[in-house]
Every structure is written in structure tokens, then in C-alpha cells.
Design a protein around this ligand. Sequence first.
Ligand code: AMP
Length: 398
Amino acid sequence: MSQNLVLVLNCGSSSLKAAAIDYKTGDVHFNAVAERLNLSDAFMTFKYNDEKTVVDLSAKPHHVGAIETMMEKLHELGLDQNIKSVGHRVVHGGEFYKESVLIDEDVVDKVEQCITLAPLHNPANLVGISAAQQVFFNVPHVAVFDTAFHQSMPEKAYIYGIPYELYEKHGLRRYGMHGTSYRYVAAQAAKMLNRPEKGLAMVIAHLGNGASISAVLDGKCCDTSMGLTPLEGLLMGTRSGDVDPSVYSFLHEQEGWSLEEITELLNKKSGLLGVSGVSNDYRTVEAEALSGNRRAQLALDIFAYRLAKYVAAMTVATGRLDALVFTGGIGENSKDMRAKMIGYLGFLGLQIDDQLNAEARFGKFGIITKSQYPLALVIPTNEELMIAQDAARLAGLS
Ligand code: AMP
């Protein structure tokens, strides 16, 4: 049994995901997911050695209850003593954090200060940190921020074209998300190409239910599509991505909708779901389009077209392109989306290899283009492993 375990925690307001990962091999030894927290029917699912157990949490349906229950399970399995550090996914570190940190009171205070920037996520992350510190009180805790990787962007990439005082007063600027995924994928891409990250110009597209794209030069982010919030940029599962901000006043005047209703519309009812009218799930929309649904096809067309437009824009930030990298559920799995998208980018020198592209769909990840450079790659992301490695390093384990 591995002695090198790190517990990776990802807390939402009503859910909690945890994994005990060997930070040396990346093997996942234990998984836990708590759902419906703070409701009377909260429950938790454990996975260990292909065995799945569901536990009722109704007696203590909160984050502390879930983490205590998980600790009891780890103890029962003889794994609790092997957990050497806890790594917390924290959504927003504002301008405070350019990298992961050991959590102390000052870090908690700064994550609290960032609540205005991530009002849904940071409070839940703080609840998770406090609950885990109570239960796993004798190991170091580490915060790994989604925003940290993007802190290397130059001002011209993150300042919006609105009065500068608003940035100074409120920190209103582009922050970007999915940073842990980008950091992992950028390093993996360099390894796969047998080159150091220094000197590599990459555009990385993280395409999941939430989707964003980043320009990465010398292993550092120089621009990204998500902004103050995850709403900006690409078309996503339920998010609109870029729209004219006047949509707010237009819909308010024409439909009488409130700010909250329009924000909900843009975040939860738009994107693939809003355009197709079918689903936020890319696979489902693909199947509908194949069966002749015009709006489903239009949603896929917008997805690929806007993505290609953004790739071209991101090459302005890198100055050239060595590699275009796809990751995330859609990026890793949809060969048709990749082919369609690369079809727009022949002028950059990218040419899809149909066989390699088809094989990547079945887990043979790697290069999917014909050309030498620039090339396109498919690389599965692994944010949990990145968090585990940071937590181990900052705890002095590796
Ligand atoms: P993620 O948020 O990274 O888990 O990605 C979720 C998205 O990946 C959903 O829109 C899924 O429909 C999409 N996805 C997963 N598998 C496939 C597949 N085989 N083909 C197309 N899309 C997929």
C-alpha cells in the first residue's frame, strides 16, 4: 500500500470531491464524493479497489460531517496514516497568488478577500479548508488556485477597456480559470515533444462543460479567454461566452428581465444548450446534429468557429505557434470537433491527420496533425495530480 498519499479536495457549496493520490506515481487509491450537502438527504459515495459504497450523511449533512465520515472510512481501510498532506482546489486567488501556497491564517484571510471575485466558489472552498483542517489536523494543507497560472499575463491582456480606476478600486480585470489544468497540460506537452517548456509557443484549449483557451509561451500564460468570471470567451455547455455587454440593457428593456435573470440566462441557459435547444452535453448535441437537427448543427458550428477564431487570436500573444493542444472532455474525445476546428487553421500550417485524429479518440493520445511544426496534440488533463504534486512539494515530501 502506498505511503505517499496526498488527499486532494475540491469543495463546492453542496458537494465535495476527494481523492487520495500517490504523488509519485499518480495512482488514485481512494475516491469520495459527497452530494446534496446541507440538505436532509445528503449522502457520500466511496470508491476503493473497484468497490463502491454509499453512506447516508443525513445525521451530519455538512462538510465537516462528510470529511469526518471520509476519515472514518480511510481509517477502516488503513489509509488514514498514509495521508501526508491535503491539497485544496481554490478557485480564486486574485492578484495575491501566482502559485500554490501552504495554508495559514493569512492565506485564509486573502481567500476571503477574493470572495467578491468568486462569490459562489471561494466561500465553499473556505468551508472545505476549515472542515479538513479540523479532521486532518496534523498534516500540512496547501491551496492550489485556478487563477494562479494566469497571473503572468501582461497588463495589456488583462486590463479591460473601461475606466482604469475600476481596476484599482475593485480589481475588475481578466483573471482566467482552469489554470491548474493548463499548467499540467503545458508540462505534459513539452515532455511529449521532448523539449523544454522554455522556447515552446503553445495555444492550449481546455474544452469541457466549461471551456477556455490560453496562450502559453516558455511555460507561462500570456493571455486567456475567460475573464473576470468564467462567462467570457468560448461558447460553452450552458455559458454564452462573448456577447455584446449591451445584451443586458436590451433584454431588460425588451423582456423586463432583472440583472439576476439575465446573468442566470447567460450562465445557465445559453451556450450549446441555448443555441441547440437540446442539451448542454456536447455528445448529445453531436448525436442530434447527426440526426438532422439544424439548431444542434448550428451550435456545433459556432463552437468550432469561435474556437478557431480564438486560436488565431492567441497566436498574437505567443508571436508564433509550435503546438495547439486539446484537452478536457470535448477536446480529448470529439474527433469531429478537432477536425472541423483545425480545418479553419490551414493558414497557420496545421493539417489534420485523419488516422491519428481518430486514434486519439480511443486513448492513443498525442500528435494528430501531418505537419512537423506547428502541430496539434491531444493530452488528457489531470488537475488532481497537479494539486497532489503541489501539496507534496510544499509539504516538503518531494
Ligand atoms: P468535462 O467538463 O471536461 O468533464 O467535459 C464534459 C464534456 O465532454 C461534455 O460536453 C461531454 O459531452 C463531452 N464529451 C465527453 N465524452 C465525449 C465524446 N466521446 N464525444 C464528444 N464529447 C464528449
